[in-house]
Design a binder for this molecule. Sequence first.
Ligand code: IVH
Length: 671
Amino acid sequence: MNLNAARKRIDELRQLLDEHSHRYYVLDAPSISDEEYDRLFRELTQLEGQFPELTAPDSPTARVGGAPLEGFDKVVHARPMLSLQNAFDHQELRAFDERVRRFLGNEGPIRYAVEPKIDGLAVQVSYSGRLFTIGATRGDGLIGEDVTQNLRTIRGLPLRLPDSAPDELRVRGEVYLSKRDFAGLNQAKEEAGEKTFANPRNAAAGSVRQLDPQIAAARPLRIVFYAPGGADRSAGGQCAFLELLRNYRLPTHAGSLAQCCEGIEQTIDAVRWIEQQRRELPFDIDGAVVKVDDFELQGRLGATAHHPRWAIAVKFKAQKAQTRVNAIEVQVGRTGALTPVAKLDPAAVGGVTIRSASLHNQDEIDRLDVREGDQVLIQRAGDVIPEILEVLVDQRDGSERKFSIPERHRACPACGSAVVRAPGDAAYRCVGLACPAKLAESLKHFASKGCMNIEGLGDKLIDQLVERGLVHSPADLYDLGEAAWAELDRMGLKSARNIVEALERGKHVSLNRLLAALGIRMVGETVAELLARRYRTLDGLLGAQYDELTAIDGVGPKVARSIVDFFSDAANREVIGRLLDHGVEPQPLAQIEQGVFADQSVVLTGELESMTRAEAKERIKSAGGRVSGSVSSKTDLVVAGPGAGSKLSKAQKLGVKVIDEQRFLEMLEHG
Ligand code: IVH
């Protein structure tokens, strides 16, 4: 592709990706799948890699998060970010209206803007030359923290404003998580044995105030804007201001929620309406904000040191209820975490009937001292997830029974494997590799890119395999023939053949990747590599002792314990034995270090017939090489296929060695 064609396609891709992010994060109406989005994103990343001169600060690829920071810089707010006064019922709201009118000299009915109040993290965002430049937290209202890097990762935040927007713009808004994303995040944390967030507010604040932008980038943060940050009052009033923001494609509350009302009674109706919507809304709110619409009147009303006199927050009641814990049951999650769940007498909280609440882990049971038979107070964390707030200890009659997981479950309730709790881990976990409760998830991990990298074996396919009972461990994948794969939904003979071939090719993985693929707790890529270096073969590792493992630099006692537990489990040993019987032949790292491409920088260009690009990269890496996107004087070798373009000519100009696919295959085979 030449520079002009690349520029055209890059522009196209950026527009497409921006549009889809907007649809997903702002309009909540995605029109393509996540996979399709990822595909477009990868294409853009690849093109920008090939044509570095075409990278841009407002490209969607600029959202991935930069290097970790030492600390946040301070930002002094030109105008303080104030708090709001509160009203706890409609009477107090009427009193606010009277104060406003009295202050203004008994003006007639006031026009108010009414909006939902999301409980998230307040931020101010600045655009300069229509480009996103600075994002800051509210801090103490006068001085906030520079969280530009983290806000940049929020896909609903435009990095560039349309030409209709003013050159300079400052807006204030709230960073938050949707109810669904909050629940998903906590579930993932729980399964990883990490501490969960108490509510969406903490989750949003914790994500934005992360020094490592990669973490913020991985969280599905959203943003909504509701107030001017600068002194520009040209919109005239709040309702018109929100309309302007919408035109600039900045996310705001939907028009059906952010209403413009004449007089206080209409305003109260709008507040009521928002409260009625509360349950259906995709995000958590804790009230409504009522603002005098007219900016000129706002200016006359002014502010105290704490809050503006022209706005007030109407707080909704927390939704709580009392009920009884009938029993505590243990469920097995994806990563084998045994999760205790309180089974409750059905109770209505905020219009929803609650029958159970997760107790997360033994620590939480101990902290609450909750017992079977207890009367408890429950609420829905962030309006969504039922949780036990406190035990009503004075209502005990002595018949309550204490609960402890290992007493009830010495073995996994789903598969009977051993149950262990590593030091520092909040959860008891089943160590069984073939445990059905966590089977699908461990298979997805096994097949994933960083592990066995089995192309074509996606999540949906794996769910089908597990649902139909076709597969009980990773080893079973290798038992299925083309015909069996072809019978699955949305599979044809061709895709079936591709999967069987992908499985076949994957048999030569490096030992470290196989180790990572097994999903041993606390053994990620890094530890897997340490182990592969120390042991070289799987056999060596199978017999490793605890003391031997802790002697490895980078392997602590917890990790060593987890490895020993894993390999001493009979079911796990059987699965590993079967993988080896199927011809899985992990390659020692030493072989990689002495591989045919050891320490060489290799560039691929043009098409390959016998494998995909991803596989070629993988093969080069497992033969010790590095794959680079562009040719330079540091390139050692270029593999060129049909359609090779500028990279080939550049290689020839620089005198870099060029080989064709045939020779490439020979080198891979014979070294
Ligand atoms: S206006 C000077 N509008 O509530 C008034 N605030 O308790 C600026 N909040 O710090 C705030 N939704 O973080 C406004 N629609 C909304 C809001 C909102 C949530 C937050 C904001 C503020 C806090 C005050």
